[in-house]
Ligand binder design. Structure first.
Ligand code: FAD
Length: 255
């Protein structure tokens, strides 16, 4: 029994708080850092708020996102500061917007400098591609809606400039804009994320307690690989659709 108690069971879960904290950091800190948002940036912001309103699963409902989207929709430009004020007053007016404390669960690093927001942003990005595909099963229109919107967000707002540059290059190299259905967009992002994991494996930024490995680990998805070690993409897709779907979300009160 003692041995069992000391064994940390490795798991691969999706947490509401990680999703919420990524959203909160993005709209309350990252976007407000921009002095003036206009032209292409403004267009990107509108698309981003639209996708969040449609597909982000705020536990207490999306009226907060919907109202923010509708305010921004009417504007040609906005300063980061004014955007921040709008978010703050909306949060007060509609309190509570978020369902738990501002703390990372799966995205918590073994030290402060590891994981956190970039982990949350990937998590949110995967969750959006999966639920978009689930909800738009037969709709072949806009198959890249999430990919293109998040690509825009990363290019225009993501605070890690190097990451953004790498991601934009990778999107062109891996033909993100040629994707023609929503399931392929889930797999495109999975594969792109694995490419980033491989590049960063052993890097200074890697949390020694959370090594960057080809995802998902065999212990979490034994049938995601063929016997020769290559990916079984059909099963990977099933795995991603299970982990990242709304029904796969774990809540703080049950952590
Ligand atoms: P992360 O890589 O952040 O992954 C978060 C979670 O996603 C994991 O815990 C796992 O549950 C899940 N996951 C992992 N791989 C996959 C997959 N293939 N498919 C689905 N789910 C998966 N850092 C740099 O130093 N240089 C860069 O160029 C760089 N580019 C980035 C580009 C983007 C778009 C983003 C969002 C981040 C980037 N980062 C970059 C940060 C880096 O990728 C990690 O987010 C950061 O190092 C924290 O790593 P992590 O261990 O928390 O896991």
């Amino acid at each position: 029994t003692e041995q069992l108690e000391n064994t940390e069971i490795s798991r691969d879960y999706l947490y509401q708080l990680d999703l919420e904290n990524a959203l909160k950091y993005s709209i309350s800190h990252e976007i407000p850092l921009h002095k003036m948002i206009k032209d292409k940036k403004m267009d990107t912001l509108k698309k981003y708020l639209n996708v969040l309103t449609e597909y982000f699963p705020l536990r207490y409902g999306n009226i907060f996102l919907e109202t923010t989207r509708d305010i921004i929709k009417k504007r040609n430009n906005i300063s980061g500061e004014e955007f921040s004020q709008i978010i703050k007053s909306m949060e007060e007016e509609m309190s509570p917007v978020y369902s738990g404390p501002s703390k990372w669960i799966e995205c918590k690093g073994s030290k402060e400098r590891y994981r956190g927001y970039p982990c949350g942003l990937w998590t949110m990005f995967h969750m959006l591609t999966v639920n978009f595909a689930i909800l738009n099963k037969n709709a072949e229109h806009e198959p890249r809606k999430i990919l293109e919107t998040m690509h825009g967000y990363i290019e225009n707002f993501f605070g890690c400039a190097d990451c953004a540059q790498h991601f934009v290059q990778m999107a062109a190299k891996n033909k993100m804009f040629d994707i023609t259905n929503a399931n392929d967009s889930i797999l495109w992002l999975w594969s792109a994320h694995n490419e980033v994991n491989a590049r960063l494996s052993g890097d200074d930024t890697e949390d020694p307690k959370h090594k960057k490995i080809p995802y998902p680990a065999a212990e979490h998805c034994p049938n995601c690989r063929y016997e020769n070690g290559t990916w079984n993409e059909e099963n990977v897709l099933v795995y991603l659709k299970t982990k990242y779907s709304y029904t796969g979300i774990n809540y703080y009160d049950s952590v």
